[in-house]
Design a protein around this ligand. Structure first.
Ligand SMILES: [Zn+2]
Length: 368
């Protein structure tokens, strides 16, 4: 299979088979055909092609009641890789991830700061990518997924604007193609997290609700998107700057913004500390600030469910319970993505584009 070839019916069905094997364990060829409502013969052909290309393997026989023992299939996770680039407000992470969006190696560099020019930052991203690319056979790397807390063009090629970078219509995909000879696609980081949540934890009901779900990316910045049925919208940086307190000088110059009270940098006083190491220091006042922001959002959206993601996916049971107490009537859950949520989400942007094509398949279904 040429993963980047035009989308013929065969390519689409190949992506569906891969997506199905990713989200279901121990399927046989026949069961894959049944789950996808696809012809058994063509499913068999697709699987055989995937096996000969090393993308899928047979993992032995499974139990069956009628005496026949079909062979189970699974994805060969390290058959291909993607580069994951998460450009956060304080730090940027570059990672090599496998076909299950698991990071195999990653490194973190500071994003632009007062003493660090944009040009230097761009050079550092490129250098970091080169170091990470060296760790794998380059021919196995399909492309780069780039997540950023700003506005990205619909086609994923241009970063239109970003609140923490002086970037204005930066043709990021073209830059990657020219400098690294690698195709790239970008997406807003909160949207990318929602996609990763839905695609990677397929089958769970975390993002199923009759009301819009407030999906919060909590880390060195605090972003929010609303998830309603299969639609995601509203990701901007307004949530970070809701006034939730009388104190806390924010990067925007105002006092009392959410970001200035609950972000990792606000809690630790530096930009290096990860939110996962700060929960024991989180006090009721901090959680009250988050609860205030949630309450304001609920007033506008009528939501009854909140999912905490990004670095916030590491929130402890204790903090989650305390936050829950401050938000009566709301259901507050942590993301399934775990502490590497942002890395996995950026990887998912690339995997969606060049392997599983989940977002395109969803769009096609919505046309029917
Ligand atoms: Zn602010």
């Amino acid at each position: 299979m040429k993963l980047s070839q035009p989308k013929s019916a065969r390519t689409i069905n190949t992506a569906r088979v891969l997506g199905c094997l990713r989200t279901h364990d121990n399927l046989s060829k026949a069961e894959t055909a049944r789950v996808l409502d696809l012809n058994k013969v063509s499913t068999g052909e697709i699987v055989d092609d995937l096996i000969s290309e090393g993308l899928v393997k047979e993992t032995g026989k499974m139990e069956s009641t009628n005496g026949r023992r079909p062979i189970c299939l699974s994805i060969v996770s390290d058959a291909r890789y993607v580069l994951s680039v998460d450009i956060g407000s304080k730090n940027t992470t570059v990672a090599l991830c496998n076909l299950l969006s698991e990071p195999l190696h990653f490194e973190r560099i500071p994003t632009v700061t007062k003493d660090r020019k944009v040009e230097e930052f761009c050079v550092e991203i490129i250098k970091s990518c080169i170091r990470v690319i060296r760790l794998a056979d380059k021919t196995k790397i399909l492309g780069a997924g780039i997540s950023v807390g700003g506005k990205v063009s619909e086609d994923g090629r241009t970063i239109i604007s970003c609140p923490y970078l002086p970037w204005d219509n930066i043709p990021i995909a073209e830059a990657f193609e020219q400098v690294l000879k690698m195709q790239a696609v970008a997406r807003n980081s909160t949207y990318a997290l929602v996609d990763a949540e839905r695609y990677a934890s397929y089958g769970t009901d975390l993002l199923v609700s009759n009301d819009p779900i407030i999906y919060i990316e909590w880390g060195n910045s605090v972003n929010m998107a609303l998830v309603c049925a299969d639609r995601v919208f509203g990701a901007g940086n307004g949530f970070a700057h809701l006034k939730v307190s009388q104190t806390g000088l924010c990067s925007c110059g105002q006092i009392g913004c959410l970001e200035a009270n609950v972000s990792a940098w606000a809690l630790s006083g530096n930009t290096e500390t990860h939110l996962k190491d700060l929960w024991t220091k989180v006090e009721k006042e901090t959680l009250q600030c988050m609860a205030n922001a949630i309450a304001m959002t609920v007033q506008i959206t009528g939501s009854s469910k909140v999912v905490i993601s990004g670095e916030g996916a590491t929130i402890t049971d204790y903090c989650l319970r305390e936050l829950q107490k401050l938000c009566p009537g709301m259901e507050i859950t942590r993301s399934n993505l775990g502490e590497k949520a942002n890395i996995m989400a950026a990887a998912e942007i690339a995997l969606d584009k060049w392997v599983y094509m989940t977002s395109m398949l969803e769009k096609m279904r919505s046309w029917l």
